[in-house]
Design a protein around this ligand. Structure first.
Ligand SMILES: Cc1cc2nc3c(=O)[nH]c(=O)nc-3n(C[C@H](O)[C@H](O)[C@H](O)COP(=O)(O)OP(=O)(O)OC[C@H]3O[C@@H](n4cnc5c(N)ncnc54)[C@H](O)[C@@H]3O)c2cc1C
Length: 319
């Protein structure tokens, strides 16, 4: 075993769940490595403003991610970003992770925090106009739509909050939602409903996108009457939920039918020494605070697991 590449704990994913786990583990003087296939921060970096993180009135997701990363590093946590995980071996006392670049790491425990990603509508034209009028990130692309008329597809918290944020740029925002009510917190609904730049097309679904170089219109079908209208638009932002990033874990750890990692109250998974935290786990509410809470519990449970493992190994040596 290469001791340089051996860790007490490896955390897979540097979103708020993974970074929090990294802070707690490193502070407990456990040799910790966080691996992320992108830049640290996870979905936080897609969020223009986080106003519900206790103790911080308002902060950009990018800034909050930067602070969490710095905190983890200050405690000695090793963070490797933009890596491509090729394989994970979770069974047994020594776990291993191999990267596409040939590097591999071993550890006594693993915390899985791969989070999730935006769900797509899956309608004709969506792929064609991705980045040419269709976006999944208001923070990244909102500015491109200054003075333009846009659609927001969705009816949850993200859709309503991001629709409000997009009114900073767009002249008109039309929310298209499939139900006659929203699945969001009251404050988010109130803010959207009371915003004069926001209009609503309810009980309707986008069925196709059209344009030439760029997106020019969307087909919107009224789900009650079945009528379809061609709606002129300069852009469409899609916020209709997420898919857990757990494809690489299929067959390695228990997932539910939605691909979410099944965890116990201490964030333990079906495999001994493997824990999970954050949006990739099976749970109802997905927020930075819940990810941070999960990451804390997982890290403390790992500390406990490693202590017990040490005692067990000592007993084996002394007979
Ligand atoms: C537009 C938007 C706005 C939001 N606004 C808010 C808000 O205002 N307040 C709030 O509390 N929450 C908000 N959220 C939700 C919040 O961002 C998430 O709940 C939170 O980031 C989840 O944290 P996580 O660590 O579980 O996962 P993520 O943030 O998804 O991070 C997972 C990380 O794992 C990495 N990863 C994935 N697969 C692998 C792999 N195989 N190997 C290595 N790394 C991998 C990813 O690159 C990513 O960095 C918002 C989300 C979105 C999309």
């Amino acid at each position: 075993m290469d001791t340089n590449n051996h860790f007490d704990a490896i955390v897979l994913g540097a979103g708020p769940a993974g970074l929090t786990a990294g802070i707690y583990l490193s502070r407990a003087r456990l040799k910790t490595l966080i691996l992320d296939e992108r830049t640290p921060g996870g979905q936080m970096v897609l969020t223009h403003e986080i106003a519900n993180y206790p103790g911080v009135e308002s902060i950009s997701g990018y800034q909050l991610a930067g602070i969490m990363k710095k905190q983890a590093k200050n405690f000695g946590c090793d963070i490797k970003s933009n890596v491509s995980v090729q394989s994970v071996e979770l069974e047994g006392e020594i776990k291993s992770i191999s990267l596409s670049d040939g590097n591999s790491f071993t550890s006594n425990s693993i915390i899985l925090t791969p989070g999730g990603r935006s769900r797509t509508l899956g309608v004709p034209g969506e792929d064609t106009f991705k980045g040419k009028g269709i976006s999944y990130c208001a923070t990244c692309d909102g500015d491109f739509f200054t003075g333009k008329e846009i659609i927001v597809a969705g009816g949850g918290n993200s859709a309503l909050e991001e629709a409000v944020s997009l009114t900073k740029y767009a002249s008109k925002v039309t929310i298209v939602h499939q139900f006659d009510h929203f699945q969001a917190f009251e404050y988010a609904i109130d803010e959207a409903v009371n915003n004069p730049k926001i209009n609503f097309i309810m009980e309707s679904a986008i069925t196709a996108f059209h344009g030439n170089e760029n997106l020019e219109s969307a087909e919107i079908k009224n789900l009650r009457s079945g009528e379809t209208q061609t709606f002129r638009t300069d852009g469409t932002f899609i916020f209709i939920g997420y898919i857990p990033n757990t494809g690489f874990l299929r067959g390695k750890v228990e997932l539910n039918k939605w691909g979410e990692i099944v965890v116990g109250s201490d964030m333990s998974t079906s495999i001994e020494g493997v824990y999970a935290a954050g949006d990739s786990t099976a749970k109802r509410f997905r927020q930075v605070t819940t990810a941070v809470g999960d990451g804390t519990v997982a890290a403390l449970a790992v500390s406990n697991y490693l202590n017990e493992l040490k005692v067990k190994q000592k007993q084996l040596i002394t007979g």
